[in-house]
Write a protein that binds this ligand. Structure first.
Ligand code: GLV
Length: 330
């Protein structure tokens, strides 16, 4: 039933019906059933009169959007990464922002490990060969590549997802694990996932399989570029499940084409959903469309958590995973 006194919220992308219905029990909901990715101007137009927004990583909330929508009180991201939100601008305007940590950790680590394995064992390249009808005989060196078990697993960025990947490598595959991070883990956490802290240069030089799990920020922009790729082993693989922009895609495509590293696995891209054309033409790369958290259970948990945050902020409760909780006490 429509009640004009209820807060109005925007659900900026298509999402589970059950989640929209939960929101509709509290709010007047404007949904995006067409699943259009709106321009900034369209987003601003849709946000007029809305107290809250359920968004995904595709919607950018910056000072311009916030200034054009002064009634906005909450922006709840269905993603753990929140580089699409200008957090300082939200805080300065008293807008609560939230993300979806924890619920996606294990699912995302599963995918990161799978992508790393697919990359090392040349799954996509060999499948494309078979589909092209080029498989005429067995050969001892057909799609030969590096091992995963026992190889050195390198992790750049050692948050929750990095640790979950490290644990898989350490316990399941007997991999020595090395990592680099802004801050070093406590010794008991290092021991739990069998990981040793090294400098970034050591990480690049020693990893057989390097997995990127850093948050994206101006500081991590092109953390892996031509110089870093040049420090890696020519037999090494690189997997990025974090964010486009952390890896310089043009430099990576060139390194792959020249076999300066063996292969790469990429779930995220600079300027996605566009993919650098040079990456599409090199064979030694596995490309997936930003799906690392895409299990049914986890995507539902993420959507429910974003909705929980939105409901809490707009009904006077405590949001479970706020990014700037200080706005609630201000
Ligand atoms: C996905 O990329 C996320 O940040 O949740």
């Amino acid at each position: 039933m429509s009640d004009s006194n209820r807060p109005r919220v925007l659900v900026a992308r298509r999402v589970f019906d059950s989640v929209v219905q939960r929101l509709a029990a509290h709010f007047e909901v404007e949904a995006n059933d067409e699943d259009t990715v709106w321009s900034k101007a369209e987003l601003i137009a849709r946000l007029q009169g809305k107290s809250g927004a359920f968004i995904t990583g595709s919607e950018r909330i910056d000072a311009e959007v916030l200034d054009a929508c002064p009634q906005l009180k909450a922006v709840c991201n269905m993603a753990v990464g929140y580089n699409n939100i200008d957090l300082a601008a939200c805080t300065a305007r008293g807008v609560l922002a939230s993300n979806t940590p924890d619920v996606l950790t294990e699912t995302t680590a599963d995918f990161g490990f799978a992508l790393m394995m697919a990359t090392a064992r040349r799954l996509a390249e060999s499948e494309h060969f078979l589909r092209r009808g080029e498989w005429s005989k067995w050969a001892y060196d057909m799609f030969i590549g590096p091992d995963v078990h026992g190889a050195t697993l390198g992790i750049l960025g050692m948050g929750r997802i990095g640790r979950a990947i490290a644990r898989r490598g350490h316990l399941g595959f007997g991999m020595p694990v090395i990592y680099h991070n802004r801050s070093r883990l406590a010794p008991e956490l290092e021991a739990e996932v069998g990981a040793s802290y090294v400098s970034k240069d050591e990480l690049l030089a020693q990893s057989d399989h390097l997995v990127i799990v850093l948050p994206y920020s101006p500081e991590s922009h092109h953390a892996i570029g031509a110089a870093e790729l040049g420090r890696m082993k020519s037999s090494a693989t690189l997997t990025n499940i974090a964010r486009g922009g952390i890896v310089d895609d043009a430099a990576l495509a060139q390194a792959l084409a020249e076999r300066r590293i063996a292969a790469a696995g990429l779930d995220v891209f600079e300027g996605e959903p566009k993919v650098h054309p040079a990456l599409l033409s090199v064979p030694n790369v596995v490309l997936t469309p930003h799906i690392a958290s895409a299990s049914v259970r986890t995507r539902l948990a993420m959507a429910d958590l974003a909705a929980d945050n939105l409901i809490a902020v707009l009904t006077g409760g405590s949001p479970p995973t706020p990014l700037n909780p200080q706005v609630l006490s201000g």
